[in-house]
Design a protein around this ligand. Structure first.
Ligand SMILES: [Zn+2]
Length: 500
């Protein structure tokens, strides 16, 4: 069997481990995306990675010289509101076609095409045909009304999303529903308050993940999963992050150009969290990962479609550099072990991000965070949930006080046990959790603009009514001051890292 064929056959392996998953339903589904800005970019890559068989992108607009210049090359404050998938494109290329050709590279099993067309013009509407779902991703209420009318006439379910730099929302329109408050729902999912605003990077990442997961639930529900009945929002301007607070939406752009971030883990979470940092113009991104890319990673690790067999950290920064060449990148092909302390001790790190997939490394990173007083954001996912915990010495509880990470690491430690058996994993929860990480990175790195970091764990659960929410958490702890405890920590946990 050729290597390429083997990669294709393995790519859905991790999601097919999920009970009830039926890949053929996704393969037979057709999705129409309306829009070509960053929400459309994030939606298209995630639909393609999941393996939706037929993805069509509709939207007017060409890649312009100024868009390409905005990719950080000649600008201090790059602007990615129109998308980030255009790094290999040329001025004059239709945006819809560039998205389609990128997602075909990302997953060659997907049939994708882009149509450069303005669907607001009535005579153009029928070009959509009859897809299984329409995904409206613009900040244009007129486009949404036209799409909803078309969906109603042709009995097609529709997911509507919009975003700004601080706020994004998603809602679902079911033409078969005869709910009494249908007009109110339509009013909500038109997102008139976002009309004409540039789309946000981090907000779009979170809401595209939620929206695509709803599409997946409509086409292939697991167990008792149901589609959202109301809108779901992510609001970086609200203290609780997930509530709508009026229509006075501020525009605040992040700019991390003075900051150094160390990201440990370049897998699914790292692919998205690293992208978020680069879209927010991070000054220096340092990526650590020992692993090599395998074909079973390709269902969720969006930047590795042509890099199977290579080191993850190296392959990731190679792609991210194309998107924002002004970022200084470095990487290490290493495991994090107690001796890695020399790096954390010496380097001036403004933020450490955990995008690893195991608790023993998380526990060790929490120790480094406490020992060297480095702000720390820890992300974690399961196939149906994702979360982020913010741990800033002196300001919040550490990861151990918030999530009992030392005990989890010790409990999971059983040499030669089966805990290393493959875990089911899917792209959407990773995309959403990475967005949470990116959102809180703003509060850690630029609190003067974005306010203080949240003191709760941010959580997405795919089959809970509210989808997005915060978990209660204890207040700030003093673990970083407890020198004696910290000195004993490495001794107590040492056996976990022996043999690494
Ligand atoms: Zn603590």
């Amino acid at each position: 069997m050729s290597e390429d064929l083997e990669h294709l056959m393995n790519r859905y392996n991790r999601q097919e481990l999920i009970a009830g998953w039926d890949q053929s339903k996704l393969e037979n589904a057709s999705i129409a995306i309306i829009g070509t800005d960053i929400l459309a970019n994030f939606s298209a890559i995630t639909l393609a990675a999941l393996g939706f068989g037929d993805i069509e992108i509709y939207g007017p607009g060409f890649v312009t010289r100024s868009m390409l210049t905005n990719y950080g090359k000649n600008r201090n404050n790059p602007d990615y509101s129109e998308g980030f998938l255009y790094f290999d494109a040329h001025a004059g290329d239709p945006k819809a076609e560039v998205i389609a050709s990128f997602i075909k590279k990302l997953n060659p099993l997907v049939d994708a095409f882009g149509v450069n067309i303005d669907l607001c013009r009535a005579e153009n509407r029928n070009v959509i045909g009859k897809p299984d779902i329409i995904l409206e991703t613009t900040n244009d209420p007129a486009s949404k009304i036209v799409a909803i009318e078309y969906a109603a006439q042709h009995n097609i379910p529709l997911v509507s999303m919009s975003s700004s730099s601080m706020y994004a929302g998603v809602g679902f329109f079911d033409p078969r529903s005869n709910r009494e408050d249908m007009m109110k729902l339509i009013e909500n999912i038109v997102f008139a308050e976002l009309k004409g605003m540039p789309q946000g990077t981090t907000t779009s990442q979170v809401i595209a993940g939620v929206g695509v997961d709803e599409v997946r639930k409509k086409i292939m529900p697991l167990r008792n999963e149901r589609i959202i009945e109301d809108i779901v929002v992510y609001n970086m301007d609200a203290e609780t992050r997930f509530e709508r607070n009026g229509t006075n939406l501020p525009h605040k752009a992040a700019d991390f150009k003075e900051k150094t971030v160390a990201m440990i883990g370049a897998g699914a979470l790292g692919n998205f969290a690293g992208l978020d940092l680069v879209l927010n113009n991070v000054g220096h991104l340092y990526v650590v990962d020992f692993d090599e890319i395998e074909s079973t990673n390709l269902n969720r690790q969006i930047w590795f479609y042509d890099a199977v067999g290579r080191n993850k950290a190296e392959a990731l920064i190679e792609k991210l550099r194309k998107i924002n060449p002004r970022v200084e990148f470095s990487y290490a092909k290493e495991r994090i072990i107690p001796d890695s302390k020399n790096f954390f001790k010496k380097t001036d790190i403004d933020l450490m991000i955990d995008t690893v997939d195991n608790n023993k490394t998380r526990a060790l990173l929490n120790y480094f965070s406490l020992r060297y007083k480095i702000p720390f954001i820890s992300g974690g996912t399961r196939h149906n949930s994702g979360q982020a915990t913010i741990a800033i010495p002196g300001k919040t509880g550490c990861l151990n006080c918030q999530a009992d990470i030392d005990k989890l690491a010790l409990d999971g430690y059983q040499p030669h046990s089966c805990i290393y058996a493959p875990e089911p994993s899917v792209i959407t929860s990773n995309q959403i959790a990475a967005g949470f990480i990116g959102g809180e990175a703003r509060t850690v790195l630029q609190p003067d603009i974005f306010g203080e970091p949240i003191h709760h764990i941010l959580k997405y659960v795919s089959d809970e009514t509210y989808r997005l929410g915060v978990l209660p958490s204890n207040g700030a702890c003093n673990c970083h001051k407890n020198r004696v405890e910290l000195m004993h920590w490495t001794g107590k946990m040492k056996h976990l890292y022996e043999g690494d």
